[in-house]
Design a protein around this ligand. Sequence first.
Ligand code: DOR
Ligand code: ZN
Length: 436
Amino acid sequence: MWWLKDVWVIDPSQKLSAPRDVLVKGGQVLEISSSMTEEEVSVKAQGEAVDTVDGKGKFVFPGLIDVHTHLREPGQEDKEDILSGSRAAVRGGFTTILAMANTQPVIDSRALVEYVRMQGDRAGFAHVHPIGTVTKGMQGTELVEMATMKEGGAVAFSDDGKNIQNAEVMRLALEYAKLTGLLIISHCEDKDLAGEGQMRRGVSSARMGLKGIPASAESVIVARDLMLAEETGGRLHLAHISTTESVDLIRQAKARGVNVTAEVNPHHLIFCDEQLGITDTFLKVNPPLGSRADRESLIEGLRDGTIDMLATDHAPHTQAEKSRPFAEAPFGIASLETALSAVWENLVVPGRISMDRVIEAWSVTPALRFGLQGGSLVAGAPADMVLFDPDFSEVIEPATLVSKARNTPFLNKTLQGFPVMVWVEGRLVQRNRIVL
Ligand code: DOR
Ligand code: ZN
C-alpha cells in the first residue's frame, strides 16, 4: 500500500485542489482525506506493508492522457517503438497514450489495431490505445471497417499526418463513425494551400527564404469540418489547433452546439515563428509555429475552454533526418518527456494558466471525451497517478532521454518541475526520473 502524506492533490474531476493524504491499495485509490494517523493507516493496510511518501511541496494528480502520440511501430522503429515510446510516456507523466495510425503500414485493419494494442500491453508501461486510420492506406478515398476496428481496440479514427482532402469522404466518415460512437480526429491542413511550405507564411518565412504555409491552410479545413460535423451530428476532434481563426471558428461552432473538441500542443503555446532560425529543425513542426498573436489566442482558447485539451503530438524522428537542411528535414517534435515540464515552466509558473486547468485539459477531459480509463482519483479509481515536484530541475540530455528520439527544442537546456513518481494501476513505473 502507498501512503502519500501531506501532498497537494489536484483532481478537477472532483473539484479538488487542496493538501490531503492519499492511500493507494490493490491498484486503486483507496481514500483521499485531510490527514491520517499511523494507526488508521495500518488498520487500512490489513497487514500489507506501507510505503510512505512525504508529499510536502509536491502535487499529485491523475496521470496525464495524451490523445496524440506517434509511436512509429510498426515500420519506423529507428525513430521510436511502442516500448520506448510508452517508457518515455511514463517518464513524462503520461499513464495513457493514444498511438497515431500513420505508421508503416498504416493502422487500417483490425489485425494491425490488435498488434498495436498487444505491443502496448506487452510493454507494460503507459496504457497504449490504438487510433485507426479513417481511410484505407490513408489514401483519403475509401473508409476503413470502423466497427471491426473498434472491436479490435481502436479508440478513435484519424488520418493524422495527412488531411482528408475530399469533403464527401470526411462527411461520410463523420456519418459512419456515429455508429461506433468514436471520434474522427482531423488533421486540418488544406494540401494545396500548404503546398511545399516549410513554416508559417509571414515575415519570418520571407526573411528565412523558405516557402510558407498560410494560416488559412488550417482554418479553411477547420471551417469545413465544423460544418460537416454540424450537418451530420458526428463526433469531431480537431488535432493541433494553431491559428487565431481556428480558435474563433471553434468558439462559434461550440456556441451553436456542434459536437466538437479541440487540442493544442505545448509547442504552439510556447514558441512562435519569429523565434525560428534556419538551423532550428527541432522546431520544424506541422502545423507550423504561428505568430505571437496566434500564441495568445491559443492560450486564451485553452483558458476559456474553447480548446478542450492539451496533447503532445510527440513526433519522434532520427538525428540524421533532423540534421538535414531545414527544407528537407521532417516535421515533428519529440515531446513526451518534456511537455509537462515545459508547460509548467512557461505557462503555469508565469501565471498564464492554472495547474488545475492543465490537469483538466490533459487528463480529465481526454478521459471523458475519448471514453478512457483514468482522469480521476476518486476512491475506487485505478491508481494511474503522478507525483510532481515543482523544484526538481533537470538538464535535458540525450543520455537521460528514454525515447529513441532527441528532436526536442529543449535539448541541453534545463527545465524545472517534473514528475518524480508515476504509478500505473498502483504499480510504480517511474521514480526520481528513472523508468523502472
Ligand atoms: O509535425 C508533425 N509530425 N505533424 C504531423 O501532423 C505529423 C507528425 C509526424 O508524423 O511526424
Ligand atoms: Zn497532425
